[in-house]
Design a protein. Structure first.
Length: 697
């Protein structure tokens, strides 16, 4: 059957048609057992008499309870908490044809269906979305040459250089083994103990302490392949490549205080946002970019391209925009799709290759291995969401949940019974890049992996003042939760090798003595690393604005802004002391979206207090309303007030800013107009601009 399509502007993709074959509509027949036997009654078990003993022969009771007992599968050992979406990918032109054989990267006509799963790393499946953590950004491209999985994160670097340390870093960050505390947090002793003893973590920990670790939306964060991959062209020439996703909505984050509150108000905040954006047709979009590095240039950097704790600064190798990803369809079923999807770093198509990055090499093993347990055996690739859109033909067979019925008996190669089929394709198949390798077997790191601080310093130097402030606060928060003082001291000691001011500022907040200066800051920066330079071209699409209303609100001052938001694909919600409707000043009804007590300012990007003396009078004595505006102000969000609405700010003890538009006599981001009546065009424009700017630090 065909399910409802969210994006009717596009023809159905091959993947959609394939999934259709597996979709079931529970409305199309009556209830049966697993064996297709019609069920008489599902509310009462079979008993001897009405009050008698239950009978073992009740196969429906047994099946129903057995199936329930076995509903759970192991959650992912990391990235357990995730949210998925369908979409499509398309390159802009054929300019990558000289670099890669991968068809989906060179054919601008091809729309490649994708499934994307975003995730946090530390927490379990039911943990809150807004914790301080790395976010996964994994994409399965169902290409005409088989599946390509880009299993990316929203940081461009990783904590460790060698995959053999992965169990260590994950054990350290996960809830502690004795008491399974804390959930979804790195602010605890074992994590910082590990960090303080493993300085290669320094660069990624800087990212973790930055606002990148608390994204406002999955649609507002970058994605990075982290490792250096290869593109391999028709002639077998290899070019090193770093993969980038850049959100069209800009890179925006929560602030920490807000993130913590949201974890209580709406633990599904990012998941809900993704779902709502897609349902509303405000499809998240990302640009796909590549940094291309000829093999001959590999040695020109002061770091090793194989070291996953390093970025290639965009100022040195620009990110070349090559394509676009759009997420336009929500999954039909969480378990069937988002939970069962299995991404494997080893899933590459001809034209994309691996490198000797020792982190990548361990990943090549780990994903398939973990999925054997998680998905119950070797046949998980034929679960509908994992199936490639091209036929799968090989002589591997059997195992749990085998769902093919192979014809003919030749299940080996070579054979003559089926004329040797299925036959390998030779050089038209996937050819591993024939890199020349030689050397002694060693357990060692190269000298080129030895510098752990320079790029942490580069990141720090590239931050705007407010980003730096948040980083210092994050270190203070996290280390403030570390009970063992010597661990705090060791971290501060490392920070002196990143930047003296940073180390001093952190030390001052956590009761550690001011450290002596260790090194001079190298002074280099990479402006592309700052979120302030990552504004998108999607304006205010998908942002949420709260209108605080009550009986007596001025209709025009609500509607003009509300309609302006809708035109730009943003969302305006009317919040009132009670759900239902309010009467406007002219006596007409206005539908309320939610009662104020069911939400909080942290769930919105901006707040509007419309005109209407009677309404504002009611809001001035409403603790929810006062807290709402005061908290939005505290979180540096855009605030707008019209006419009498401006007085609510005074009552909430915000500084006075009547009649300030766009910084004119007002705090930045506060747009207030004391005159009554509908907002002027200038007012609307100033508010839209503030909303797109996100915050005013
Ligand atoms: Fe993963 N990682 N990882 N990882 N990873 C998993 O695979 C692993 C790393 C990433 O939405 C696991 O199916 C090792 C870097 C994402 O389903 C597991 C190492 C990056 C997801 C695994 C790394 C990632 C995973 C757990 C170091 C960014 C979620 C469940 C050598 C480039 C995918 C699973 C999803 C999931 C292993 C490091 C991204 C255990 C051994 C670096 C987005 O196999």
């Amino acid at each position: 059957m065909t399910t409802q399509r969210r994006d009717d502007t596009r023809p159905q993709s091959v993947k959609e048609r394939q999934l259709d074959a597996h979709r079931v509509d529970r409305r199309d027949s009556h209830m049966t057992t697993d064996q297709g036997i019609p069920v008489e009654d599902t509310d009462n078990s079979l008993k001897v008499g009405e009050r008698g003993a239950s009978l073992l022969e009740d196969f429906h009771l047994r099946e129903k309870v057995t199936r329930f007992d076995h509903e759970r599968i192991p959650e992912r050992v990391v990235h357990a908490r995730g949210s998925g979406a369908h979409g499509y990918f398309q390159v802009y032109d054929d300019s990558l044809a000289e670099y890669t054989r991968a068809e989906f990267l060179r054919d601008p006509v091809a729309e490649t269906p994708v499934f994307v799963r975003f995730s946090t790393v530390q927490g379990s499946r039911g943990s809150p979305d807004t914790v301080r953590d790395v976010r996964g950004f994994a994409t399965k491209f169902y290409t005409s040459q088989g599946n390509f999985d880009l299993v990316a994160n929203n940081f461009p670097v990783f904590f460790i250089q060698d995959g053999i340390k992965f169990p260590d870093v994950i054990h350290a960050v996960k809830p502690e083994p004795h008491n399974e505390i804390p959930t979804g947090a790195s602010a605890h002793d074992t994590f910082w103990d590990f960090v303080s003893l493993q300085p290669e973590t320094m660069h990624t920990v800087m990212w973790l302490m930055s606002d990148r670790a608390i994204p406002r939306s999955f649609a507002m964060m970058q994605g990075f392949g982290v490792h250096t991959f290869r593109l391999i062209n028709d002639d077998g020439r290899s070019t090193f490549v770093k993969f980038h996703w850049t959100p069209k909505s800009g890179v925006n984050s929560l602030v920490w205080d807000e993130a913590q509150e949201i974890a209580g108000h709406d633990p599904d905040f990012n998941r809900r946002d993704l779902w709502d954006l897609i349902e509303a047709g405000q499809f998240p979009e990302y640009e796909f970019g590549v940094q291309l590095i000829p093999e001959s240039d590999a040695d020109r950097f002061d770091f090793d391209l194989l070291d996953p704790t390093k970025i290639v600064p965009e100022e040195e190798v620009p990110v070349r925009p090559v394509g676009r990803l759009v997420l336009n369809r929500n999954p039909d079923n969480f378990f069937a799709e988002t939970e069962q999807v299995a991404f494997c770093v080893q899933n590459v198509v001809p034209g994309i290759g691996f490198t000797d990055d020792p982190l990548m090499q361990a990943r090549l093993f780990s994903y398939l291995d973990t999925q054997l347990t998680r998905l119950g055996g070797p046949n998980f690739a034929s679960i509908p969401i994992n199936r490639p859109i091209v036929p799968v033909r090989h002589t591997e067979q059997d195992g749990f949940h085998y769902d093919e019925v192979p014809l003919r008996q030749a299940n080996y190669v070579p054979n003559s019974i089926t004329d040797g089929y299925p036959k390998p394709l030779g050089e038209n198949g996937y050819v591993h890049y024939p890199e020349h390798e030689e050397g002694p077997k060693l357990r060692r790191r190269p000298e080129s992996f030895a510098d752990h601080y320079s790029q942490a310093t580069l990141f720090w130097n590239s931050m705007s003042p407010w980003e730096k402030k948040h980083i210092v606060e994050a270190y203070r928060f996290e280390l403030g939760k570390v009970a063992r003082r010597y661990i705090r001291e060791r971290v501060v000691d490392h920070l002196t090798h990143v930047d003296h001011d940073l180390a001093v500022a952190v030390a001052a907040g956590i009761g550690v003595a001011e450290p002596a200066k260790a090194v001079d800051n190298h002074g280099r920066s990479s402006p592309a690393l700052s979120q302030t330079n990552k504004t998108g071209d999607n304006g205010i699409k998908g942002r949420k604005v709260a209108f605080l209303v009550a009986d007596g609100v001025d209709r025009a001052s609500v509607m003009v802004l509300h309609e302006a938001l809708e035109r730009e694909d943003a969302v305006g919600e009317l919040l009132a002391p009670a759900d239902g409707e309010v009467r406007t000043a002219d006596g007409s009804p206005l539908a309320v979206d939610r009662a104020m007590s069911t939400v909080a300012s942290v769930l919105y990007d901006a707040v509007v207090v419309p005109d209407g003396a009677d309404a504002v009078e009611k809001l001035r004595t409403n603790a929810y309303a006062l807290h709402f505006v005061a908290e939005a102000y505290k979180h540096a969000k855009p605030l707008a007030a019209l006419g009498a609405g401006t007085t609510l700010f005074e009552t909430a003890h915000l500084p006075p800013f009547a009649n300030g538009i766009n910084g004119n006599g007002a705090a930045a981001g506060v747009i207030a107009r004391a005159e009554s009546g509908a907002p002027t065009d200038e007012f609307v424009a100033a508010f839209m601009k503030a909303l797109a700017a996100h915050r005013f630090h």
